[in-house]
Design a protein around this ligand. Structure first.
Ligand code: NAD
Length: 292
């Protein structure tokens, strides 16, 4: 397939490289980052999009996505697919999809989970929103870049699934870290707490798979001085998107809002920027900077 790839950062570069390695013809553009191996650099976003059957964007936020879409959509051939894999607000995702559809394109939002490691290994999970026809066309590309793709519904449904998932993740990580900090004060050994909770009703992905306590449970960023992993500021971004979507839709999400507030404090005022999102534990335990 002929593919235009715009946004060749930490995630976009390995995704584009994997597509090229699988035999696709990939033209890439980024305002700052170089084109990875196998990807032909284009002089502009519009040039990368010209003649492409699929244009993939992997950009920092909704405003940048809207600006890039304004430039790229008029350059695309009718019937081509505009596939946005960035994590952005649901409103921007829907607005861009509408604009693309009006221009005679097929549009799909497909944010990912799996992080930079998943992008490099080609094991991302895609959460897709948009017409069935678009999903059918881009499915082979999802198979190259990832191990799972779920078609969640119409435009914006992929972003909705992503922020709902990460709202749960943020809240459960905080609760798990709080429980360890409380256990410390109560003289309960962290390993013993893990042994109980990971097999009891308090279990979660945060406890069982990504345990925030060093030396406890499977290997996780806690065992690597809380180097990300999934950076706290990226969790904050997703929790803000969830809060924004809750406000716009009138959904009541008090726990999600509190999780956003706690990550805001951690990242912006408590020195948590640059640490993994599980570093809430050393922060609460008064050990951030010592262990981190
Ligand atoms: P990044 O900052 O490394 O990459 C974004 C790239 O976009 C940069 O190279 C930047 O130069 C480029 N860019 C900005 N404006 C541009 C423009 N107008 N035209 C062309 N290129 C432009 O970010 P990332 O970590 O690769 O994340 C990309 C997206 O994926 C974000 O929406 C993020 O939330 C999401 N995401 C990231 C992770 C992760 O672990 N990094 C995990 C899941 C989802």
């Amino acid at each position: 397939m002929k593919i235009g790839f715009i946004g060749l950062g930490n995630m976009g570069a390995p995704m584009a490289r994997n597509l090229a390695a699988a035999g696709h013809e990939v033209q890439g553009f980024d305002i700052a980052a170089p084109a990875p191996e196998g990807v032909t650099p284009a002089p502009s976003a519009a040039a990368a999009a010209e003649g492409a059957e699929v244009v993939i964007t992997m950009l920092p936020n909704g405003d940048i996505l809207r600006a890039v879409a304004d430039e790229v959509i008029p350059a695309m051939a009718k019937g081509a697919v505009f596939l946005d894999c960035s994590t952005v607000d649901v409103e921007s995702a829907r607005a861009v999809a509408e604009q693309a559809t009006e221009a005679g394109l097929l549009a799909m939002d497909a944010p990912v989970s799996g992080g930079v490691g998943g992008a490099e290994a080609g094991t991302l999970t895609f959460m897709a929103g948009g017409p069935e026809e678009a999903f059918g066309i881009v499915r082979p590309l999802f198979d190259v870049m990832g191990q799972k793709a779920v078609h969640c519904g119409a435009a914006g449904a992929g972003q909705a699934a992503k922020i709902c998932n990460n709202m749960i993740l943020g809240a459960t990580m905080i609760a798990t870290c709080e429980a360890f900090a409380l256990a410390d004060r109560l003289g309960l050994d962290r390993q013993k707490m893990f042994d109980v909770v990971s097999t009891s009703s308090g279990q979660s992905w945060s406890m069982n798979v990504y345990c925030p306590a060093p030396g406890v449970g499977p290997q996780s960023p806690a065992d690597n001085d809380y180097k990300p992993g999934f950076a706290a500021e990226l969790m904050l971004k997703d929790l803000r998107l969830a809060r924004q979507a809750a406000e716009a839709s009138g959904a009541r999400t008090p726990m999600g809002a509190e999780a956003a507030r706690i990550y805001e404090e951690f990242v912006e005022r408590a020195g948590g920027k640059g640490y993994d999102f599980s570093a809430i534990l050393p922060w609460l335990a008064g050990e951030l900077g010592e262990k981190g």
